[in-house]
Design a protein around this ligand. Structure first.
Ligand SMILES: C[S@@+](CC[C@H](N)C(=O)[O-])C[C@H]1O[C@@H](n2cnc3c(N)ncnc32)[C@H](O)[C@@H]1O
Length: 284
């Protein structure tokens, strides 16, 4: 399947011209996606919610031991290796680092890194010869993550503010992309996968945990900004999620873990699943 190419025209960047010179007018083979209307509301609501969480975690209002997500997905050893602020702000839906086989010297990039929990775990495995880059659009999460890096003395980790639909990273520079509970909040998952493909080296891989569904969600859930912020409103149906990954050019897509989500008891809740999967960019 031939990979489609997209450009993401975000108002945050103040310009409709992208780094490859595309104006999004449809005169070339890139498809332009512009953040507008309800999408802007979702983006702003996500920033507000995660900004507030970062602030609480930064003020030590959240402890690792109080956090259901970190409790559920991370071992005690992993949590003890982190600051309370990093583990306390954890809102992922899996533990991608546990199954990513991170190697010494690798360059790893985490999409929607939040307070940096998975970045710090990956940083231990890549060691001094490797590096980890966390990307998140919420300014207060990036500040929290940078403070956490200082406290943990994690000199091989950097955090960049940016959108996962337009990753601030040069092409073919990354060995492994990870993500935990963030792609489901994007309305342009096809763009995210095409960006992952762009930044990965040939033969590189991504390992992500994300929220998906087995059945289409009711409109009332999909249209709810609050549900999007939780990650549920934007959860794609599994088949279409996998199709987007293949359409971006990935091969050897492998489901590593699939667990019914424990959230809510609405009629549709039973179709919500926490999925962890791996896929590769072809070696040539
Ligand atoms: C559910 S939290 C998960 C955070 C982290 N991965 C963890 O496991 O704790 C989702 C994070 O993704 C970020 N995010 C959501 N949509 C994004 C987008 N389109 N671009 C960049 N960051 C995004 C949010 O700011 C938030 O910090």
């Amino acid at each position: 399947m031939e990979a489609r190419k997209f450009v993401f025209l975000s108002p945050d960047y103040g310009s409709s011209i992208t780094e490859n010179g595309c104006c999004g007018s449809g005169c070339c083979d890139f498809e332009a996606v512009v953040l507008s209307g309800n999408a802007k509301d979702i983006t702003n609501a996500v920033k507000q919610r995660y900004g507030a969480l970062a602030e609480r975690a930064g003020k030590r209002g959240l402890k690792a031991s109080d956090n259901k997500a970190s409790d559920q997905f991370y071992s005690e050893d992993q949590r003890l290796a982190l600051t309370d602020e990093a583990a306390g702000a954890s809102t992922g839906c899996g533990n991608p680092v546990k199954v990513a086989d991170v190697k010494t010297g690798e360059t790893v990039l985490d999409l929607g890194c939040g307070g940096g929990i998975d970045c710090f775990l990956a940083a231990k495995s890549v060691g001094n010869t490797g590096r980890v880059i966390g990307v998140d659009m919420t300014p207060r999460m990036i500040s929290l993550a940078r403070n956490n890096a200082k406290k943990l003395n994690a000199s091989n980790v950097v955090f960049k503010r940016g959108h996962i639909e337009q990753i601030p990273q040069d092409e073919t520079t990354v060995d492994l992309v990870i993500s935990n509970g963030s792609i489901s909040q994007s309305e342009w998952k096809h763009l995210v996968f095409s960006e992952i493909f762009r930044i990965l080296k040939a033969g590189g891989r991504f390992v992500i945990s994300d929220i998906i569904t087995t059945e289409p969600l009711p409109d009332s859930v999909r249209d709810s900004t609050a549900r999007w912020v939780e990650g549920v409103g934007g959860a794609a149906v599994k088949r279409s999620y996998l199709t987007m990954i293949e359409a971006a050019g990935f091969v050897d897509v492998e489901i590593l873990e699939e667990r019914a989500s424990t959230r809510g008891n609405e009629e549709w809740s039973s179709s919500v699943v926490n999925l962890t999967l791996r896929a590769h960019k072809p070696a040539k």
